[in-house]
Design a protein. Structure first.
Length: 153
């Protein structure tokens, strides 16, 4: 099973979408293996968004991400990175498909309510960045008997 990282951003926290967003992942059948709320700081944001550090909006992005504590999730499932990205919708929220998290809940390119790892490798790095080993849990999810076919578990 793959794991991926999700950040429920400040705009979603402020607008009261935390339960709605987490519920969508649960209804899809994904297993939550880590969950916490925390404020983000400059060092963590500079590391996480290092690929954007030369962009003109980088400082604004950091201010936005520090404006409210965020919810950090680690979820697990078959092909979970691609599944979560599909559930989230494209980054430019006003163009995201209706039914996706961003398509239903956001209008902005940056205030788009959620971050999700874009590759399996990035997911591994991001999970290590935001979670200590003892903050992630392995447990049997009996629902998997009804979510995945026998040969997928």
């Amino acid at each position: 099973m793959e794991r991926t990282l999700i950040i429920i951003k400040p705009d979603a926290v402020q607008r009261g979408f935390v339960g709605e967003i987490i519920g969508r992942f649960e209804r899809k059948g994904l297993k939550i293996v880590g969950l916490k709320m925390l404020p983000l700081n400059d060092a963590l944001l500079s590391e996480h968004y290092s690929h954007l550090k030369d962009k003109p909006f980088f400082d604004s992005l950091k201010r936005f991400m520090k404006s409210t504590p965020v919810i950090i999730l680690c979820v697990e499932g078959v092909e979970v990175v691609d599944t979560v990205r599909l559930l989230c919708g494209i980054t430019k929220a006003r163009s995201a498909d209706v039914g996706s998290i961003r398509g239903d809940l956001a209008m902005s390119q940056s205030c788009n309510v959620i971050h999700a790892s874009d590759t399996v490798e990035n997911a591994k790095n991001e999970i290590q960045r935001f979670f200590e080993k003892d903050e992630l849990f392995d447990y049997d999810k009996t629902e998997y008997l009804h979510v995945y076919a026998e040969d997928e578990r």
